[in-house]
Design a protein around this ligand. Sequence first.
Ligand code: AMP
Ligand code: MG
Length: 390
Amino acid sequence: MISVAEARARLYGLATPLPVETVPLAQAAGRILARDVAATRDQPPFAASSMDGYAVKRAEVELHAMFKVIGEAAAGHGFGGQVGPGQAVRIFTGAPIPDGADFVVIQEDVTVRGEVITITDAPGAKDNIRPAGGDFRAGDTVTAPRRLRPADIALLAAMNIPAVPAARRPQVALISTGDELVMPGQDPGPDQIIVSNTFGLKALLEAEGAQARILPIARDRASSLETAFLLARDADLIVTIGGASVGDHDLVAGVAEGLGMDRAFYKVRMRPGKPLMAGQLAGASMVGLPGNPVSTMVCGHIFILPMLRRMMGLTDCDPRPLTGRLAAPLSANGPREHYMRARIADDGLIAFPSQDSSLLGILAEADALILRPPEDGPRDAGDTVFYLPL
Ligand code: AMP
Ligand code: MG
């Protein structure tokens, strides 16, 4: 058996980086920037007023000083002339500071009479001017790789970058296996259950930036599984669910090998999960996940999402545990890394009493997976632990 970290390292080895495409900025949120991009201009491109008021010479600013208003500067419409001694230009937020002025007295600090303003409230030392290039300068970069957040998109727009290089979205084919499975909305026979894993995984992987396709359920027959693999052949990553063990009806390994998969089979020292199969099949990466619904979803978080991140060009791909306090004690852990379903209460983390890997109801209520290292001793309320938010 290998550790989770070791299994993940081997999966990274199977995750081929995807080609880069150009994505319009309006569609780029959440995408992974593939190359550094540089601003093509300064922002602001000129010294600009940060307030509505009057642009004057700083040296003349004092209580009771009077100025003659000689013109106006609004956003998008600068004042063409020069501000001389005793003169002021009416100015609005975002307008260029006129030549000759180096201070904006806010309108609240002046009294206006006709064309003359008087400073009637002490303006203080703040000039209310945003310097040219104060936000960023031409040549400043947004560095790759980086997942583009809404604030990045706003920054890139301001930098006048209308489209960005990003890795193509990973195409993932999801194959459920099992004679007992029917699709949601269908009429299950007396021995059947409804497929859940491919739906949960699709949601999980798409939230990370992939495009996932749910293929028809493969029955526990070699020919049915072969058909499913055939339908999956244009995917970047094929994920099978179930049939990954060594039971009589666990066919995935044999069929994939028969189709030429260069197979690696890992027993991973973890709960839930354990059996995991991976390899390369006709140009695609293939991962076989265990079928128990919670195992599938947990393996999705700790193996498949990191693989997708690697395929999309990120370098920092491991899940990032946070630290939190336990609100309730935990008994000692066994020899396998345990990802315990827990909820985050006001006073800390509380593991659910049942950690059975078939219980989707509990997984859906869980906010976190508490990470227990192998042979972790008993833990008290108040202890600090690592957890992955869900
Ligand atoms: P297996 O790994 O095929 O032995 O499946 C383990 C358990 O997970 C069995 O109870 C299956 O019925 C269940 N299972 C397998 N695949 C799915 C699926 N796609 N959706 C829901 N349950 C599944
Ligand atoms: Mg099965």
